[in-house]
Design a protein around this ligand. Structure first.
Ligand code: GAP
Length: 464
């Protein structure tokens, strides 16, 4: 389970700041503060059109890696509200806590283990407890789960929790999947969905929020094979980020020392990304042993084990868990892609996203809004959008429209001009090289699909 102590190991990131990314996200409608017209709600965010498309592409790529390109993992979508006993068995009710201190004067709350990094709510702002005017309570354990009540009666018996991780929905369905998906170890169950944590100090845009999406997979294996599969999944998950174009020198693996391991884990390694705030966890890969299945067996009375009819062997599978955050991965892809450069004396901001992640793959633009160009461009757009996500744009100067597409990361621009009517060709502009080539409309969709499927490397690597 993630801890804040693991975050933000200082080391200078490259010159992209979080503010650069936040303001681009707002300017281009990727991500907004939630409930903005009411002044915003603490650390929750809403995704606009391009943000939805980008995050969907991140999740699609995860699904592709989990079930599209292999046969040993099945999908699951379990409910957010689960039986409260789930959280007793998992240890969350008792142990999913942070130490919390309140100030009776300024009414602010602080993490007891983070007082040095906190500012008190009174001016001039100091560290909590630094002046005599502060009146701090003793530390108490604060459970990070959001509690609500099910049904008409609001009492302890009706308490239920918004899930703090998607993983437990997988463990409680182990028996169903074993039976109905007819799987046997080694096999995995994958799930993407919302999780909720009442973080005391959420921060850094969508890096740490109270409502977020996780992409988790629990891989069930024979006990004596757990170590081998742990190493295997470390490699696979690192490769996923590499293939989606994250610069290799901005990724690293970090093994948790024993005193940092969660109660369920015998080994955990994080894939860390060099965010503008420093090296921080992007994804955790844990060897959870048989902790979860044993706990749920004990609490539910159901046998959660595997019986191999051929060998006559019966065992509780061990679990290897790659646990990623969809929002946090989206932030890493945005940061890694963000670039600013001067082209012909003008500033250009560009998102150099892997084409498969880009919200829009191709923009179709008439050079000017006359001489039949909009009609021809629109017809071409309608043809291309059957094969890949396209956008038609005829408003404003062509330079302005290119810049807009650069900022949302569209890898290719197709411009219909005066010559198109004569010879059925268009110009194809590449976002990264800015190269423009004349190509026939016939075969253009095939060409773009081929480019989309080709391996890709961040041009920021060449730039040094
Ligand atoms: N089932 C194990 C588990 O939940 P975790 O390290 O607590 O492990 C997995 O969470 C991933 O979920 C993290 O690596 C991170 O990407 C994401 N995540 C966790 N808490 C988050 C938060 N408050 N906001 C955004 N993403 C979060």
């Amino acid at each position: 389970m993630e801890t804040e102590a693991a975050d933000q190991r200082a080391e200078p990131a490259d010159d992209v700041t979080l503010d650069d990314v936040v303001s681009l996200c707002k300017r281009r409608g990727f991500i907004f503060q939630s409930s903005e017209i009411y002044g915003g709600l603490g650390s929750t965010y809403d995704y606009g059109h391009y943000g939805v498309l980008l995050k969907n592409n991140v999740k699609d790529e995860w699904w592709r890696a989990m079930i599209g390109e292999r046969d040993d993992i099945v999908a699951l979508d379990s409910a957010i509200l689960q039986h409260p006993r789930t959280w007793e068995a998992s240890g969350h009710l008792e142990g999913f806590t942070d130490p919390l201190i309140d100030c009776r004067v300024c009414k602010m709350r602080f993490r007891a283990d983070k007082l040095e990094d906190s500012s008190c709510g009174r001016k001039p702002s100091k560290r909590p407890g630094d002046t005599e005017a502060c009146d701090l309570t003793d530390a108490r354990q604060f459970n990070l789960m959001f509690e609500t009540h099910m049904g008409a009666v609001r009492d302890d018996a009706s308490a239920v929790y918004l899930r703090p991780e998607t993983a437990q929905g997988i463990f409680v369905n182990f028996k169903n999947v074993l039976q109905f998906a007819r799987r046997k170890p080694p096999f995995g169950i994958a799930q993407v969905g919302k999780s909720f944590r009442n973080e005391i100090t959420p921060q850094n845009f969508i890096f740490r929020t109270r409502e977020f999406e996780q992409m988790e997979m629990e891989f069930f294996v024979a006990p004596d094979e757990a170590e081998r599969w742990f190493d295997y999944w470390l490699g696979e998950r690192r490769r996923w980020y590499d293939e989606l174009g994250i610069r290799p020198d901005h990724l690293r693996l970090r093994a948790h020392p024993t005193d940092e391991l969660s109660h369920y884990s015998t080994a955990t390694s994080d894939i860390e990304y060099l965010f503008p705030i420093g090296w921080s966890e992007l994804e955790g890969i844990a060897n959870r042993g048989d902790f979860d299945l044993r706990q749920h067996s004990e609490f539910s009375g159901e046998k959660l084990e595997y019986f191999d009819q051929q060998s006559g062997e019966r065992y509780v599978p061990h679990v290897i868990e790659p646990a990623a955050g969809a929002d946090r991965a989206t932030l890493a892809f945005l940061v890694d892609a963000y670039d600013a450069e001067e082209v012909e004396g003008r500033q250009r901001t560009v998102l150099r996203l892997h084409p498969r992640l880009a919200p829009v793959k191709v923009a179709v633009l008439p050079l000017v809004s006359k001489e039949g160009m909009p009609e021809r461009a629109r017809a071409l757009y309608e043809q291309l959008r059957r094969r890949l996500r396209a956008e038609y744009d005829e408003g404003g100067s062509i330079g302005k429209r290119y810049r807009r597409q650069d900022e949302i990361g569209t890898p290719w621009g197709v411009t219909v001009d005066g010559q198109t009517a004569d010879d059925d060709t268009v110009t194809l502009r590449d976002r990264d090289s800015l190269e423009q080539v004349r190509v026939p409309i016939d075969g253009l969709a095939d060409e773009l699909v081929a480019r989309l499927e080709a391996p890709w490397r961040s041009p920021k690597l060449e730039a040094g």
